[in-house]
Design a protein. Structure first.
Length: 399
């Protein structure tokens, strides 16, 4: 399943952001073990999501995507899984009302355990250790033994994902309606080990949708090569340096048949850039005849530092990027497909603002994210009401 480990190295495209696994033999043993285990989701479920996203691409539905920046093995308790699920579900009900359209719900859940990093190392008080790359790779604790990439974590990630999916399936069965999972396809050993050749084609059955991040979307890189070869619906993050040519090349590579629902572009431009950069991208992609889903990630381009030194985001910036995204689509006559958010179902204080306001000085009070700051439940619902107004074409209240 994982293929011959020694297949002509020179021909393999380079993979960015991969851990420096010290024990390759252990890594291959874990990958072989995972390849022999049951898949986490089914090809039929992936196909269902692709058809639901096709409705979004055609303007007949919207999508709401959310969850932790980085799920942790210890943090994904049944209570937290349920609170994230309920938050997304409540947001979907609100947005659906305003848009008068069904909402395709998708959790950054059951596999969002790996993080790309801007620096390979982290230095504290003169000590330099490998950066935390997510629980799939190493530990958050700032010690050498915790920060060394440990292959056994791939197995633990698989088991955590299986447990999370079981809870999500139970919740969806109890309440009705579909709920899908997604994560960034970053650690290729994990993704390849859960890739299966099924009667309907090759699928990455670790999640319904996988996306490629802003730091790993090199056109000649291993990540795009990997997702080009699977039938799942896939997404690519587009940051402010993206050009229309990048977007068109991504379409040729990932969606050669121009199949609505296959490809989602998640634009994460920042509130200051979205109105400048997005119009040309959307206009040229639309003119090419491709029917992609356009999603706004208003989180990753709006990260600032709080007085305490924590990474934070202001809800007003998040909302401003969403408004810019809507303005662009409204002026081009295209469909604002939805949003992709980092959120928690708990009352964390990682982001600033909201009706039940978190002040800048309160950011450290309940900061639990292992990586980027998440909206809390109230802030997420605040945004859902704003989104409902935007879809309905009514003036927003402001936050
Ligand atoms: C993320 O979604 O957590 C992330 C790292 O995003 P991006 O690739 O857009 O920076
Ligand atoms: Co993040």
């Amino acid at each position: 399943m994982t293929g011959p480990a020694t297949s002509s190295l020179a021909a393999d495209p380079p993979a960015a952001q991969q851990p420096d696994w010290p024990d390759r033999a252990a890594l291959h043993a874990v990958a072989a073990d995972l390849a022999a285990r049951p898949a986490l989701v089914s090809a039929a479920e992936c196909d269902l999501l692709r058809s639901r996203l096709a409705e979004v691409a055609c303007g007949a539905a919207v999508t709401l995507q959310g969850g932790d920046c980085a799920e942790t093995f210890d943090g994904t308790t049944p209570e937290r899984i349920e609170s994230t699920y309920r938050t997304i579900r409540q947001m979907a009900a609100v947005v659906s009302g305003g848009a008068a359209l069904p909402v395709v719900q998708l959790g950054r859940m059951a596999g969002q355990y790996a993080k790309p990093r801007s620096r390979p190392d982290e230095t504290r008080d003169g000590v330099t250790l490998p950066a935390y790359r997510g629980d799939l790779v190493n530990g958050l604790e700032f010690t050498m033994s915790s920060r060394v990439p440990a292959p056994d974590r791939l197995r633990r990630g698989y088991e955590r994902a299986a447990g999370t999916l079981e809870i999500l399936r139970g919740l969806a069965a109890e309440r009705g309606g579909a709920f899908f999972t997604a994560h960034e396809a970053l650690v290729l050993e994990y993704e390849r080990a859960l890739t299966r050749d099924t009667p309907s084609g090759v699928y990455d059955l670790s999640a319904h949708l996988v996306w490629i991040g802003e730091r790993t979307r090199q056109l000649d890189g291993a990540h795009l090569d990997f997702v080009a070869g699977v039938r799942n619906p896939v997404a690519v993050k587009l940051g402010p340096s993206s050009t229309p040519d990048d977007a068109l090349a991504l379409i040729d590579l990932l969606d050669p048949d121009r199949e609505p629902g296959r490809l989602t572009f998640i634009a994460r431009m920042g509130a200051g850039a979205v109105r400048e950069v997005l119009p040309d991208l959307v206009a040229k992609v639309t003119a090419s005849g491709a029917r992609v889903v356009w999603v706004c990630d208003p989180m990753h381009g709006n990260t600032v530092t709080a007085p305490s030194g924590h990474k934070t985001r202001w809800l007003i910036d998040v909302l401003d990027e969403i408004k810019g995204f809507f303005e662009v689509h409204r002026s081009l006559g295209t469909h604002p497909g939805g949003v992709h958010l980092e959120l928690s179902g708990e009352h964390v204080t990682e982001c600033v603002g909201g009706t039940y306001e978190v002040l800048p000085a309160q950011v450290p009070d309940r900061y639990e994210s292992a990586c980027d700051p998440r909206l809390n439940r109230g802030q997420a619902l605040d945004l859902a009401f704003e989104l409902a107004e935007l879809y309905a074409g009514r003036p927003t209240g402001g936050l």
